[in-house]
Design a protein around this ligand. Structure first.
Ligand code: IPE
Ligand code: IPE
Ligand code: MG
Length: 245
């Protein structure tokens, strides 16, 4: 662990939950005159590095936006390559994730994933279920608006079945119907590659999350970049709408 890391840790004000929009793989490849998939492959190495760093920094929750609902609109060859990479990533990392006590979860429209990737994912989730060091949530075929609509549908069904009084629906019970029911809201949301938008990610959950955008492209994002994002987070004054003396 480097000096900067120790310094950031010593400040004590560590985020409990870090969420990341892992963006910029295509541009990273383009700069090298390589196909986009080359960037996705390199991006997998960043996923590995960031999970390892988060575990070392004892961050309890890390949530990674890996594939959005809108990403299905990309060329078929790119989508297929991403599915293949997902399966390959899972197969190559599984043993180490288990060994490190990292629990993997996934949220999104998981039944839309290619069966080979979906099956590998199910096995990974099962194999890591007892992990207690860090919970990594992979967002796959994820869309924030769909998540909210699905929660609303569940609430309506429960009301129709007489299991819930509409008057009892409040923010807390609604949050409990989202995919993220058992996760705290993110404290810090990192987006790589400089885009100043949320792209349909965790819309409900980021109401009071600190946003951090870096120009670093995802394949170049490393441990040091994560530490700098946390250092920037520690400089923020989180007011939650109130005033501080
Ligand atoms: C992020 O990189 C990975 C996915 C969205 C799957 P991009 O593929 O969006 O890369 P850019 O934004 O085109 O550079
Ligand atoms: C957001 O990145 C989705 C993921 C990182 C998985 P995109 O590259 O798809 O977002 P836009 O199209 O720039 O908004
Ligand atoms: Mg992008």
């Amino acid at each position: 662990m480097g000096t900067r890391e120790r310094e950031v840790l010593a400040r004590g004000d560590m985020p409990r939950h870090v969420a990341v929009i892992m963006d910029g793989n295509g541009r990273w490849a383009k700069r090298r005159h390589r196909p986009r998939i080359f960037g996705h492959r390199e991006g997998m190495k960043s996923v590995r590095r960031v999970i390892e760093a988060a575990a070392d920094l004892e961050i309890p929750y890390l949530t990674l936006f890996a594939f959005s609902q809108e990403n299905w609109k990309r060329p078929r060859a790119e989508v297929e390559a991403l599915m293949t990479l997902l399966k390959r990533y899972i197969d190559s990392e599984r043993d180490e994730l288990v060994e490190k006590g990292i629990r993997v979860k996934a949220i999104g429209e998981l039944d839309r994933l290619e069966p080979v990737a979906g099956d590998a994912l199910d096995r990974l989730i099962e194999a890591t279920a007892a992990g207690e060091a860090l919970t990594v949530t992979l967002c796959l075929s994820y869309g924030g608006r769909t998540e909210i609509v699905e929660a609303a549908r569940r609430a309506m069904k429960a009301a129709r079945a007489g299991e819930m009084d509409p008057e009892d629906l409040d923010e807390e019970t609604f949050a409990g119907l989202l995919y993220t029911a058992d996760l705290p809201d993110p404290d810090l949301l990192i987006r790589t590659s400089g885009e100043l938008r949320v792209s349909n990610f965790l819309l409900w959950q980021i109401a009071y999350t600190e946003l951090y955008v870096t120009d670093i492209l995802w394949p170049d994002f490393d441990r040091q970049a994560l530490v700098e994002a946390i250092a920037a987070y520690q400089e923020r004054e989180r007011r939650f709408g109130t005033v501080h003396a």
